[in-house]
Write a protein that binds this ligand. Sequence first.
Ligand SMILES: *Cc1c(COP(=O)(O)O)cnc(C)c1O
Length: 370
Amino acid sequence: MIYVTSPIMPDFEEFVSTIRELWHTRNLTNNGTFLKAFETALEHWLGVPYVSVMTNGTLPIMLALRSLGVESGEVITTPYTFVATSGVLEWMGLRPVFADVEEGYGTLSPSAAERLITQCTRAILPVHVHGYPCAVDDFAELSKRYDIPVIYDAAHAFGVKSGGHSILLHGDMATLSFHATKVFNSLEGGAVVCSSLEQKQRLDRMRNFGITGEVSVESEGLNAKMDEMRAAYGLLNLRNIDASIRQRKHLSKVYDGALQGVRGVRHPAIADGVEYNYAYYTLYIDAQEYGHTRDELYLYLKEKGIHARRYFYPLVSDFEPYKKYLKAAQSLPVASLMASQVLCLPLYPHLSEGEIKEIAALISDFSLKI
Ligand SMILES: *Cc1c(COP(=O)(O)O)cnc(C)c1O
């Protein structure tokens, strides 16, 4: 079976020789030397001021919101994302308010979000979904006009740039995931990207129970720390990221070429000025023109040993625990269409050109089987 993603990993021998030091020092966690080095390397590679690394990509959303004082009320977000985005809100006792997304890339629509702003709105949480940048200027404008923070869930946007700068520089804070399925992984892991040292120190404190000294706790906190083993692994894996993104880009072009001429399938072009990370190869299936629905294609490929994924279907707002947050008679037409049309095809640097051509040939053949 070919899966939608497969992780990049550091060289095994190098990893072993690196962590020999851990066995010597028995310094396994608690803001150790590997963690500090990992954070510095990330700040440098990403081109951002400050990074607070955490143990997964979910807790950073939680701590970012909390550190910005978002503790109750409503948060406007997108239903077209992984469940964690709203899961965090629900867990914190915040109320997710679902706004529709934009056609084209499926990112949160600023105008739809604005229509849902009320007295109770405490933050906006858009997602750079699939690594496609949100309308960051429009959200900056909303943030200023209504005086509410914008936190980006940038779990898919590792390495994405716009206008020559990291997309992570936008908003009050942005959060990353280094889960094994993402473009860059530290087995599990994640981070908050922030712009001031004060913010970083606060986040660093909150990820360690709020502790500031042997006998002092200065803020609320929990355990969101990353251990030294994964920090060492992440540090080494960062060496692979440039080559990995280059190869993803190359393989995406191979898909483009191989799918040219297949009616009813479309892959969105990268917007001007955006340096994409090629996290996903999203294919939009127009059932009328293609001759089969997206779900029929999904099942056909699966039968042939290709496990493509319907990211993101169902919408978060269609999951049982989240349905109650939809406003009466609220519909999300664009998000619903995306959820029914998008299929993410396998894409990772060690996938071969031959495999891609086979997958494209299956998609092409199936379109003719009506
Ligand atoms: C993966 C993901 C997360 C959560 O990250 P974990 O590292 O799995 O906790 C959050 N938001 C989005 C959009 C994701 O895809």
